[in-house]
Design a protein. Structure first.
Lengths: 210, 314
């Protein structure tokens, strides 16, 4: 899931000042699960902005242009009457909305990470989209997202009793977790293995299959 | 065996027990203070570490300060380099410059996370980690190339050391990590400060088989207050009550001068005893003596070790 968090109403309201009418787009997938951009949150925002609201809808997955087009089509008149759109979805959904409508998009959420959900209120970052997954050799623990330094040959000197120095020894050290998992799996040699520098050149990614 | 480029490595190879000290440049442009401190420290050590923004505070750079202490104080530097602030391009550049200007030892480490420092919003770089920095130095020195295989003009003459932490819990993870770095070609280890002789012995025993010289880190405390701060702020470190008790007793002395003298004696006794004992029980190449503005203690501790060993030889 893409984990998001709501911007405060005051922040959103401030951003809406220049606009007369706004349309609200929610997300029926990740943001619904996070309770940041589902039916309830979209309605709540619509009520709070009152007369400024030209309409609202929850798009099943606003990051998918086909679905966005399909779900916004029946609301075309309301969207057209608005001079801005507030999106309650991740950055991908917000930009798809901007692409499709050509309207000013006011992001109502901040995108935090790709994560695991245990329950509402308990979200854990699990993936940095590094483009080269190595969790087979790290005991199922991703060092890019779970080691504060993203080390490939950890742990560093900042772990104490398996806890990380970053954030005051609350979070588990990814590399101690990896060590314990690999030991349990009888694969300690994978821990001792040297992992050479990764390709961290990270250019903007676009995949276009022709 | 590779050629010895530095006094540190020459003396270790010659079987001499070596002492290294530590200098920590501040957020300052006043380099003279640093040079003066290095001159005083240089009388008692074979080489001196120059820290690279410890606790992620943006201070004077370690490479600049290392060159200054070599050229102006005549003290061999062990230039600390972290992976925190620079990517592989910058680290490679710094190593080329370091070798060109006569730096012969570097100590590589990941470096405290920026969020702990004085510019907490800084980007944590960690393009490489400390093991990969060992590989980088090896490639530059042994193969004459950078990590991508691009050729370097001229020789790179640098020894690479790594850190180890005898206080680490779990220790087996620390040891496995050190084994990896030893295999990659790290040439010496300087450890985190250790007060507890059993922790030091456990570490030396576990890491003794890697064939890499180890300098045990010690941190003589100038006062009870400093010792208590370290115990409180350096997680994982264990300071034996016996040491603290002796410092506490010294606090009771009436005047400043006798208190200072008493604390110096306590540190000399405690740490020279510890080093002499470790030399007897373990394979130990030297001691890395840290200490905040406490250069005078270095000579007293090394002198103390020598006296203990002479009296034992009798």
């Amino acid at each position: 899931m893409i984990i998001t968090k709501k911007k405060t109403f005051e922040t959103i309201n401030e951003s809406l000042k220049p606009f007369r009418k706004v349309f609200i787009v929610g997300c029926g997938t990740c943001s619904t699960v996070c309770q940041t951009g589902g039916e309830a949150q979209v309605k709540e925002l619509a009520e709070r902005i009152g007369g400024k609201c030209a309409g609202y809808t929850v798009v099943e997955s606003p990051c998918d242009m086909r679905v966005l087009r399909r779900d916004l089509a029946p609301r075309r008149a309301e969207v057209d009457s608005a001079d801005a759109i507030v999106t309650l979805c991740c950055g991908a959904g917000a930009q798809s909305t901007a692409d499709l409508t050509g309207k000013v998009v006011v992001p109502g959420l901040d995108t935090l990470f790709i994560g695991k959900i245990e329950r509402i209120g308990s979200f854990y970052e699990r993936c940095r989209a590094c483009t080269d997954c190595i969790i087979l050799e790290t005991g199922g623990i991703c060092p890019y997202s779970r080691c504060a330094k993203g080390l490939l040959n950890g742990p560093c000197g900042g772990q104490v009793q398996g806890k990380c120095e970053v954030g005051g020894y609350q979070r588990d050290c990814a590399w101690v977790l990896a060590y314990n998992a690999l030991k349990r799996q009888g694969r300690i040699e994978d821990f001792k293995k040297y992992r050479p520098p990764a390709d961290r050149s990270r250019k903007p990614q676009e995949i276009v299959t022709r | 065996m590779r050629e010895a480029f530095s006094r540190l490595i020459s003396e270790i190879r010659a079987g001499k027990f070596v002492y290294t000290g530590e200098i920590s440049p501040g957020k300052t442009t006043r380099i003279e203070t640093l040079v003066e401190y290095a001159k005083a420290l240089g009388r008692h050590v074979v080489a001196c570490n120059v820290t690279d923004n410890p606790r992620a505070r943006a201070n004077m750079g370690s490479l600049a300060a290392s060159i200054a202490i070599q050229e102006r104080a005549g003290v061999e530097a062990i230039c600390q380099m972290t992976a925190r602030d620079r990517n592989r391009l910058a680290i490679t550049s710094d190593l080329l410059g370091a070798s060109a200007l006569g730096i012969r030892n570097v100590l590589v480490m990941s470096g405290d996370h920026p969020s702990l420092g004085d510019n907490p919003s800084a980007m944590p770089v960690y393009d490489l980690d400390s093991a990969q920095m060992v590989e980088l130095v090896r490639r530059m020195v042994d193969d004459g190339t950078d990590l991508a295989g691009n050729r370097i003009e001229g020789e790179v003459r640098i020894h690479v050391g790594v850190t180890g932490n005898p206080n680490a819990d779990p220790l087996e993870v620390e040891i496995a990590k050190l084994e990896r770095k030893a295999r990659l070609g790290a040439e010496f280890v300087q450890t985190q400060a250790v007060f507890d002789i059993e922790a030091a012995e456990g570490f030396l025993e576990a890491a003794g088989g890697f064939g890499i010289p180890i300098l045990i880190g010690i941190l003589p405390c100038k006062s009870l207050r400093i010792a208590e701060q370290i115990a409180k702020n350096v997680p994982g470190i264990r300071i034996p009550e016996e040491y603290l008790e002796r410092l506490r007793a010294a606090e009771g002395l009436p005047d400043q001068a006798s208190r200072e003298e008493r604390v110096d004696i306590i540190n000399e006794e405690y740490f020279s005893g510890m080093i002499a004992e470790l030399r007897r029980t373990s394979r130990l190449a030297g001691a890395h003596i840290m200490g905040v503005a406490y250069g005078r203690i270095v000579g007293r501790i090394s002198g103390g070790v020598e006296r203990k060993e002479i009296s034992r030889a009798w």
